[in-house]
Write a protein that binds this ligand. Structure first.
Ligand SMILES: Nc1ncnc2c1ncn2[C@@H]1O[C@H](COP(=O)(O)O)[C@@H](OP(=O)(O)O)[C@H]1O
Ligand SMILES: [Mg+2]
Length: 353
């Protein structure tokens, strides 16, 4: 299979980083996250980004990375730096072979800062560039709801590999599509899902483990014969997409079920495995540019599960321009067969404003 080594590296790197974020959340819940006064999401973000970029640079030294964070804050904040260094050192997988693929633990603090700073790529249309969101769904992470550790590889501007670590999604998609997982979250095994896809080779999901990767299962979007029966997903945050426009679109499509609101790219993952049908993200702000790391992994996973993802005007999301999707507005994700029908209504609603 194409990109087999990249996929394996990405899966293990996301797995290791996701476990770190879960440990941070558990420590926050227990009140033991006291060393610096930084927010738990900042701590998780830095730790996860350092781990993932160190692994990428070990396996593919000349690849670039577009990451959300850099090391500036850590260079000036000693307490935060040492807290994150401690976490990063402890974040090893229970599997020597997996650790060897990742290059083992980061060697020293400088190595951690260098890894963080390697996320400054400007992106673009040429070469191999990874897009990384160490904690997507900041608000979800803080409320004990959905968040995702997101990593994608783009080659010449096209997303070819995508991996999402969703530690608070139920392993069994027959369980509730829920946003309120609760503050009892621990870093124990038995919760969470790792999603992945390679362009042209399908999408899979597997339970999140602490050691070797669990066996993957192919995922497919739900065949939807009657659009009025659809479940649509949207952001929790009203500032990130227009709940009003999305309700108007659902109404025009004859959808009567309430929307499922969840943070992060867990929305892409959920519809890809058929726990939901549509994802609508209609812009609120005229000027906001969506970030590539908020979409790259989710888009290839939905595409490989039988979906189509475009922006709100039907344009393909263009990851080749830089760190943002400056050529696009909004997101419409749906099963291939019904995407045109959904898009028609999206354009009607946007045009009538
Ligand atoms: N005005 C805006 N419109 C759309 N997205 C926005 C936004 N402001 C922030 N975001 C992005 O929305 C992401 C979360 O999306 P969602 O609402 O689907 O959970 C955030 O990622 P982070 O949480 O990683 O910062 C952030 O990048
Ligand atoms: Mg994000």
């Amino acid at each position: 299979m194409a990109y087999e080594n990249e996929l394996h590296l990405a899966q293990l790197a996301v797995q290791r980083a996701t476990l770190l974020t879960r440990r941070v959340y558990a420590a926050k819940s227990k009140g033991t996250l006291s060393k610096s006064d930084a927010s738990p999401v900042t701590i998780g973000d830095f730790g996860a980004q350092a781990l993932i970029i160190a692994a990428i640079k070990h396996a593919f030294p000349s690849d670039e990375v577009v990451g959300e964070e850099d090391a500036d804050d850590l260079r000036t904040n000693e307490a935060l730096r040492s807290q994150i260094w401690e976490l990063v050192q402890e974040a090893t997988l229970d599997d020597a072979e997996a650790e060897a693929v990742l290059g083992g633990p980061i060697k020293d603090v400088d190595g951690m800062l260098t890894a963080l700073d390697a996320g400054r790529s400007a992106g673009g249309a040429k070469g191999r560039i990874w897009a990384l969101d160490p904690i997507d769904g900041t608000k979800g992470f803080l409320r004990g709801g959905q968040y995702a550790v997101c990593l994608a590889l783009m080659v010449d501007g096209e997303v070819v590999v995508g991996v999402l670590g969703c530690p608070n999604l139920p392993v069994d998609d027959k369980e509730r599509l829920d946003t309120s997982i609760g503050a009892d979250q621990t870093d124990a095994e038995g919760k969470g899902v790792l999603f992945s896809a390679v362009l042209g080779h399908g999408a899979t999901s597997r339970p999140l483990t602490r050691g070797a990767l669990a066996e993957g299962t192919t995922i497919k979007m739900k065949p939807l014969e009657d659009i009025t029966q659809a479940t649509f997903c949207e952001s929790v945050e009203a500032g990130h997409s227009s709940h009003g426009d999305q309700a108007a679109i659902a109404g025009k499509l004859g959808i009567t079920k309430e929307s499922v609101r969840m943070d992060s790219q867990a929305k892409y993952a959920s519809i890809a495995r058929g726990a939901g049908d549509l994802y609508l993200r209609l812009p609120i702000s005229k000027t906001y540019q969506e970030k590539i790391w908020d979409h790259a992994a989710g888009v290839v996973i939905v595409g490989e599960a039988g979906g189509t993802v475009t922006d709100a005007w039907g344009k393909k999301l263009d990851f080749s321009i830089g760190r943002t999707l400056s050529g696009n507005k909004g997101v419409v994700a749906a099963p291939k067969a019904i995407h045109p029908e959904v898009l028609k209504v999206v354009i009607e609603v946007l045009s009538s404003k």
